[in-house]
Design a protein around this ligand. Structure first.
Ligand code: ZN
Length: 208
């Protein structure tokens, strides 16, 4: 089998980009390449609803059992799954705009609506407490909407949290991937891809 580029990995039969964002929400935004406008991406690794679910399992947002059950649900309701995938791609484009474009008010409103919908589906569940009393955890119904709702809620946490100001865009050619850079030391999404390409280019310019 031919080797994949170092930033990609074969997961359950699906090619997915390796996480580089230091935040699952940013890695979700990095499931496409070449952020030039809202047209079709040159590479979109969310090739199907199933691939999206497998990606969620890969980065630890869904358990193996949930991945299995959601893929089963998707195979029973392919039209619904395709519609969900469209919503996922819309949300991905909107949240990317919100994080990178200060004029993206329309996108912001779309993100806020997605967060509101997800918040309305969330229930507080009782769980055993470590210390005193009853503990609690948020739970979403396990249906085809779960992975997007979960990402919307995490996206809201990112937007409102301390990490928001540490989001950076990779300056690599046609890259546009996002990552967290809390110490202000990171330039590239990945040294092995964009960092290396820049090094090679700089070297070529020096030896010309
Ligand atoms: Zn890059």
């Amino acid at each position: 089998m031919s080797a994949l580029p170092s930033h990609l990995e074969l997961v359950q039969g699906v090619v997915l980009p390796k996480p580089v964002g230091a935040d699952p929400v940013l890695d979700f935004l990095n499931t496409r390449s070449d952020f030039a406008g809202r047209g079709p991406a040159v590479n979109d690794w969310l090739t199907s609803y199933e691939a999206f679910v497998i990606w969620n399992g890969y980065v630890g947002l869904l358990s193996d059992a949930s991945v299995f059950r959601l893929i089963e649900q998707a195979s029973v309701k392919p039209t619904d799954a395709a519609r969900r995938l469209d919503a996922v791609r819309e949300f991905r484009a909107d949240l990317y705009d919100v994080l990178t474009d200060e004029a993206a008010i329309g996108s912001f409103e779309a993100v806020a609506r997605a967060v509101g919908r997800a918040g309305g589906r969330r229930r507080l569940n009782a769980v055993p407490a470590e210390g005193l009393g009853v503990g609690a955890s948020w739970e979403l119904p396990e249906d085809l909407g779960l992975p997007l709702d979960q990402l919307a809620l995490l996206g809201a946490e990112l937007l409102t949290g301390a990490s928001r100001d540490h989001v950076r865009v990779c300056p690599g050619d046609n890259c546009g991937w996002l990552f967290l850079d809390p110490r202000g030391r990171r330039r590239w999404c990945s040294m092995s891809t964009c960092g290396n390409r820049a090094k090679v280019r700089a070297h070529a310019a020096r030896t010309r």
